[in-house]
Structures are given as structure tokens and as C-alpha cells.
Design a protein around this ligand. Structure first.
Ligand SMILES: C[S@@+](CC[C@H](N)C(=O)[O-])C[C@H]1O[C@@H](n2cnc3c(N)ncnc32)[C@H](O)[C@@H]1O
Length: 237
């Protein structure tokens, strides 16, 4: 369904992944996140390289399941469990509906990702999810993921990032708005969504992400993809 959620003048409330968002999510994410499809494709490629037999693949903040599907379609390994986790009941229902009959060994779990146990993992993905976690909880979450990965396992993070230079940031923001305009969003929709996300989607710069990954144990992390202000990082344990 086409995303028209912000196409009116009513009071703007903080963004939530509720019923109304779930019904338009797939359209919204493709028209709002530059490079979204490439991000998912790359996660599929990384699965082929880093997936291991007898291990767990986690998709944290799975939404409607696009990343979990890429993990499953690219999996070459035996005895793998796919764990798709989200704390939105409506997202979890939609994910189960989308993937339930497509993926064997799938568990769709409704939980805060801060509360789940990560174990025996060869792949953990936070695709556009860490940005919605309280900043003061991010270190603990990344440390927990590091601890739950097997040696050689990977954490893949995609995030909206900012840059510190004001002019450069303004240029990236303008280009992102152009991307949304080109995808059919009006000025009103862009402004309303921006306001709705303001206190909910908390960006950090790439250096902060890389420093956290290092502090939490990952020896080498790379930013392997960036399209405007959206970046993907690969960290190998
Ligand atoms: C932008 S969407 C992620 C998109 C998805 N990973 C994909 O690749 O299409 C962010 C998701 O994270 C979920 N989320 C946010 N905070 C969460 C938390 N603390 N625990 C679990 N899920 C969370 C939201 O419900 C939402 O579905």
C-alpha cells in the first residue's frame, strides 16, 4: 500500500511502528531510504560469506521481514535457525505472515532486542534499527551481540548517520529531501515525517559507530556501503 501517512495537517506525534506504519512500511522504506534495496542485497551477499553450519542468524528489528528473507535466500549452510525479532506486535504479525511459509527453522519473536539472549550466532543484523535504540543502551546491546557471536561471526549495522560539518550535513539533508521528492513525497509529507521522527530516530556519526564497535570488542570494522546519509558497517569477531 502507498505511504500517505503524513499527507495531512493534523498534529504530529512521535513516530511509532504501529498498525498504520506496518501497512505502508515496504513502500515507505524504499521511497525514504536511499540505497535500501542495495543494503538488503549486500546483506544477502555477506550471508554467503559469513554464514556457518549449526548456527543462528539474527535479524534485530526485523519489521516486515525483508532482511530475514535475504538471509534465508542466500543461506548455503545446514542446520541454521533464523530469528527475526521486533517489539512491534503488528510488525511481528506481518513478518510471520510474510515469511512463515517461506523459511524453515524461522522464529519470529516479539521482544525488545535489549532483552533477548544472543547465542551461537554467525550473523547478527541491525538494519536501520540501532538508530531507534536509546543512545545510552547501545553499548550494552553491541557488547551483548559481540559476546553471542561465534569467532568469525559478523555484526552488520545499517544506520542513518550524520556528519559534524554543518555545510556538509546541510548538503546531505537537501539531497535526501530531493530523493524523497523524486519518489513522490510532498513538502508537507517530508516536513511532517521529519518532525515525527525528531525525538525517535537518534543519529550518530560514523566515527561514533566505529569507536563503539571497537570498544565492544570488534577488532576491525568497515563502512562498506554509503548512500547519502545512510551507511552500512561490517564487523567481524
Ligand atoms: C526501520 S525498521 C527496520 C527495517 C528492517 N530491519 C528492514 O531491513 O527492512 C526499525 C524496526 O525496529 C523495531 N524496533 C525499534 N526499537 C526496537 C526494540 N527496542 N526492540 C525490538 N525492535 C525494535 C521497530 O519496531 C521497527 O520494526
Amino acid at each position: 500500500m502507498r505511504d500517505k501517512l503524513f499527507n495531512n495537517q493534523s498534529d504530529i506525534v512521535d513516530f511509532r511502528f504501529d498498525e498504520s506504519v506496518v501497512s505502508v512500511f515496504d513502500d515507505m522504506v524504499k521511497r525514504s531510504v536511499p540505497g535500501y534495496e542495495a543494503m538488503i542485497q549486500m546483506i544477502g551477499l555477506l550471508t554467503r560469506t559469513y554464514g556457518k553450519d549449526n548456527s543462528n542468524y539474527y535479524d534485530l528489528g526485523a519489521s516486515t521481514g525483508a532482511t530475514t528473507l535475504a538471509l534465508a535466500l542466500n543461506n548455503k549452510n545446514a542446520n541454521v535457525r533464523f530469528l527475526a525479532v521486533d517489539n512491534s506486535v503488528q510488525m511481528v504479525d506481518q513478518c510471520q505472515q510474510n515469511l512463515g511459509d517461506k523459511i524453515d527453522n524461522l522464529e519470529v519473536i516479539c521482544s525488545d532486542i535489549n532483552d533477548i539472549c544472543i547465542e551461537n550466532a554467525s550473523i547478527v543484523v541491525l538494519n536501520l534499527t540501532l538508530q531507534f535504540i536509546d543512545i545510552d543502551k547501545r553499548d550494552a546491546l553491541v557488547t551483548k551481540i559481540y559476546d553471542g557471536l561465534n569467532p568469525g561471526g559478523v555484526l552488520i549495522i545499517s544506520e542513518k548517520v550524520h556528519v559534524n560539518d554543518k555545510n556538509e550535513q546541510a548538503q546531505l539533508t537537501e539531497l535526501h529531501m530531493d530523493f524523497k521528492r523524486a519518489n513522490g513525497y510532498s513538502e508537507l509529507e517530508i516536513a511532517n515525517k521529519r518532525q515525527s521522527l525528531e525525538n525517535v530516530l537518534l543519529t550518530e556519526n560514523s566515527e561514533t559507530h566505529l569507536k563503539r564497535l571497537s570498544k565492544c570488542g570488534f577488532i576491525g570494522s568497515t563502512c562498506y556501503f554509503q548512500c547519502l546519509n545512510f551507511a552500512s558497517f561490517l564487523s567481524v569477531k
